[in-house]
Design a protein around this ligand. Structure first.
Ligand code: PLP
Length: 219
């Protein structure tokens, strides 16, 4: 079965890299997947999931939470500031802190709500104009800024450019994290999660390799 196969492959990648078994969390990315497929993965005992869009997550996860305990939801898509509150209410982790305005919004809401999800700063390692994330050259300053706001910054996240070898982007993300004293590394997807584990990923985000191809919404 796909889920077990991915878990086995993560284990052997950990072993090959000399890492402790279980040191990589598998985030099952359930965006745009039919609820039956998500339900099936929940019934296999998996509890860590990723969603891209706040609206989709809000339509799906409150009901699953009533049925299954211990769901750990990660938001991994671009986030508008006007959705920040809802995102913070829904998710245990947000991987896409990518600009000062969003950091300030999180800080204000965290004060008000008395809690804040774990945060990962997205770094645009490929310096792609259309992609979210802080530039590598700006990352150290932005980490410092977010930490100074008392935000719970756990690590960094990246999405390497399509068509490039992911390894150098994962290595760069690891370097930026290390020099900023951050331990979390959210990197690796269906096509490259073993490479990510080899380079120290603490969270891999795997969608289609677990669920099958994404089904586009009807209409
Ligand atoms: C969709 C998505 C994934 C999962 O992609 P797959 O190739 O299906 O594994 C991982 N990370 C982000 C940010 C995504 O948007």
């Amino acid at each position: 079965m796909a889920l077990q196969d991915i878990k086995d492959r993560i284990r052997s990648a950990e072993e090959k890299a000399g890492r402790a078994a279980g040191s990589t969390q598998l985030i099952a990315v359930s965006k745009v997947q039919p609820n039956e497929r998500v339900q099936a993965i929940l019934e296999q005992g998996h509890r860590v999931f990723g969603e891209n869009r706040v609206q989709e997550a809000a339509g799906k996860w409150p009901a699953f939470r009533e049925e299954f305990e211990g769901i750990d939801l990660h938001l991994i898509g671009p986030l508008q500031t006007n959705k920040a509150r809802q995102a913070m209410e829904l998710a245990q982790s947000i991987h896409t802190l990518d600009r000062p305005k969003l950091a300030k919004t999180f800080a204000r809401l965290a004060q008000e709500m008395g809690a804040c999800p774990d945060l990962y700063i997205q770094v645009n390692t490929g310096e792609e104009p259309q992609k979210a994330g802080v530039l590598p050259a700006d990352a150290d300053a932005f980490v410092a800024e977010a930490v100074a706001m008392d935000l719970p910054v756990r690590g960094l996240m990246c999405i390497p450019p399509v068509g490039e070898k992911a390894a150098k982007h994962f290595a760069l993300l690891g370097e930026i994290a290390a020099r900023n004293g951050l331990t979390g590394l959210s990197m690796g997807m269906s096509g490259d999660f073993e490479t990510a584990v080899a380079l120290g990923a603490t969270h891999v985000r795997v969608g289609s390799a677990i669920f099958g191809d994404r089904v586009p919404p009807a209409g």
